[in-house]
Design a protein around this ligand. Structure first.
Ligand code: HEC
Length: 115
């Protein structure tokens, strides 16, 4: 009996470790047609592809020093202030910064509306 419990615990541990890298990726909201249409009203010309590229830049450039923060963690005003600082840290240009910011603001506003 004890042995079964031990193997069970070991498997749980292994599966837990395997699931870990997917946890963040699934939590980060994926832009939808609906969010793209909201974004295009805020920033004319913004497309779904822009939001998708903002999301992947966010994952690619913002996770090297700390864990990614969820868009819903901060208000749009707070994100704007944070991004001024983090643009310098991440050494990205204004274009990349704007794509990331638009993704974050869109996702954070939509999550707030859903609550
Ligand atoms: C070179 C390292 C580095 C990179 C790259 C980096 N950050 Fe940070 N980030 C920090 C440090 C250090 C802090 C904590 C101290 C501070 O607020 O300056 C921080 C804090 C934060 C916070 C928390 C702010 C708060 O008020 O609680 C957020 C959100 C954040 N970063 C977002 C980002 C985003 C978005 C990017 C990508 C554009 C990014 N970070 C890239 C180093 C980095």
């Amino acid at each position: 009996m004890k042995r079964y419990l031990q193997t069970g615990a070991a498997w749980l541990f292994i599966f837990g470790l395997l699931a870990l890298p997917f946890a963040c990726a699934t939590l980060l909201p994926v832009p939808t047609e609906e969010s793209a249409s909201w974004a295009s009203q805020q920033w004319p010309g913004t497309t779904l592809a822009d939001l998708q590229s903002g999301r992947s830049s966010y994952e690619a450039t913002c996770a090297s020093c700390h864990d990614l923060h969820l868009p819903s963690e901060f208000t749009p005003e707070k994100w704007e202030r944070i991004m001024v600082k983090m643009q310098v840290k991440a050494r990205i240009n204004d274009g990349q910064k704007n794509l990331i910011l638009r993704y974050l603001l869109t996702a954070s506003t939509q999550e707030a509306e859903r609550k």
